[in-house]
Design a binder for this molecule. Structure first.
Ligand code: PSV
Ligand code: MN
Length: 429
């Protein structure tokens, strides 16, 4: 297997920091031991954690106004896979890539699967795209896709989703993520009830095409591109649709797809309560669907979400196996650096959630001891878990400090020389 970053470079980097890491890990281990926590057991759980990266996240994103490309950014799925391999090689928590079609279309999907495999990667959920028109496409999605008033347009959207399932089977995926931009921009533009009926009828045809071991992940989003109403706008619409479609339909929570200040951790707990929590798109936001780097704005919320996910792990319902993915738009950073940093932020929150003294928390909740319940969470949140993550990473062959090793490798400068320049153009949704 020829990986993009030299193994010797990673080993040299790790050697330089080995003594410091051992010292920090031992010190944290002693601190946690006093709380009755075995640091090796936590490290073991952290080593088993992973989050997929989106193929489209490897390129520079943009806004509705501009995209500022950087030299060496990938322009096709092959280059994107190479960049994703760098992220996995250094972080060891991102072994899967979530592709988006038709953006990642190729002629030979079995060869694509082998290519990914040779880079140490596999494929995660397949994302369909019925929010954009493609060149030569007979029907426009300007009236919506699965909920369009035009039957031929709905049919085209159904067929595209079924094609995504077929591609997914060839590349080893078992989940189809469906996000539709369908909705309206003006009051009265469409009948709100009938629009949902059309969506459910079309989505049921996609659902019927799912292989036995597949899931359909419904991703809700409050607004954008529809600014007055969106068909699957919130977790309520999402769970109702998933319940109507059947057991293989689950809900996917993208952290940026809610009204400001909504209690997302409560949504997580609710969806899990009804066995419908299927997946996550991690990112962060300040104002709307900003697609900022995970944990860059509100790391505490990310921790609280993981606190619910750890509770859910302890009380699994209906085959609980959430598909975790990063979904960000990197407008001003090197996407590889952003995803390395985000993978670390996400894993940190998972590790902190594992440190929560669950017996103390549940006891305080039962006793209505609010302050102790809160402090039980706070105590875990305040731990610097970096030595646990670094130890798990190094033991798995990754880098002690992924960002430092990445810069040292000069990978970005090499790609800037080798790869064709990217055009300007708009960003992603
Ligand atoms: C929509 O905003 C979204 O979050 C969906 O997951 C899309 O498929 C993705 O972004 C990429 O544009
Ligand atoms: Mn998303």
């Amino acid at each position: 297997m020829t990986l993009p970053i030299s193994g010797d470079l990673i080993a040299d980097h790790n050697d330089q920091h080995a003594a410091a890491l051992d010292e920090d890990y031992a010190a944290l281990g002693r601190q946690l031991e006093r709380r009755g926590i075995d640091i090796d057991a936590i490290k073991h759980r952290v080593a088993g954690f992973s989050v997929a990266v989106p193929s489209w996240g490897a390129g520079r994103g943009g806004t509705r106004f501009a995209k500022f490309p950087i030299a060496g950014e990938p322009t096709n799925i092959h280059e994107k896979l190479e960049d994703c391999a760098v992220i996995q090689q250094l972080s060891r928590v991102t072994p899967r890539v979530s592709p988006h079609f038709p953006w990642d279309k190729v002629s030979d999907y079995r060869a694509l699967r082998e290519e990914a495999d040779s880079l140490g990667l596999a494929f995660d959920a397949v994302n369909s795209n019925t929010f954009q028109d493609q060149p030569g496409q007979p029907q426009s999605y300007s009236t919506g896709s699965l909920s369009s008033t035009i039957e031929a347009t709905r049919q085209q959207a159904i067929e595209h989703n079924i094609e995504c399932i077929e591609i997914g089977q060839a590349i080893g995926s078992t989940d189809l993520t469906v996000w539709v931009g369908d909705g309206t921009n003006f009051p009265g533009q469409q009948d709100l009830g009938k629009q949902l009926d059309r969506y459910l009828e079309a989505a049921s045809q996609v659902y019927a095409a799912l292989p036995d071991d597949w899931r359909m992940l419904l991703e809700h989003k409050m607004f954008e591109p529809a600014f007055y109403s969106t068909v699957i706008s919130d977790w309520g619409s999402s769970i109702l649709a998933a319940q109507e479609l059947g057991p293989k339909a689950k809900c996917l929570v993208d952290l940026g797809h809610h009204a400001p200040n909504v209690n997302i951790e409560q949504i997580v707990a609710r969806l899990h309560r009804f066995g419908k929590l299927g997946g996550f798109h991690f990112n962060d936001s300040k104002y709307g669907d900003d697609d900022l780097d995970s944990g860059s704005i509100n790391p505490h919320q990310l921790f609280l979400v993981f606190n619910e996910l750890v509770e859910a792990e302890l009380n699994p319902r209906d085959d609980f196996r959430p598909a975790y993915m990063i979904d960000q738009s990197h407008n001003v950073t090197d996407p590889i650096e952003s995803m390395l940093s985000s993978a670390e932020a996400i894993t940190s929150c998972y590790a902190k959630a594992l440190l929560v003294d669950r017996d103390a928390l549940h006891g305080a909740q039962e006793a209505n001891d609010t302050m102790i319940a809160f402090q039980t969470l706070r105590r875990a949140y305040n731990v610097d878990v970096a030595p646990i993550l670094a130890k798990a990473r190094v033991e798995a062959g990754g880098a002690y400090d992924a960002l430092v090793a990445y810069r040292y490798s000069q990978y970005s400068a090499r790609k800037a020389q080798e790869r064709a320049a990217v055009g300007l153009g708009a960003g992603i949704v």
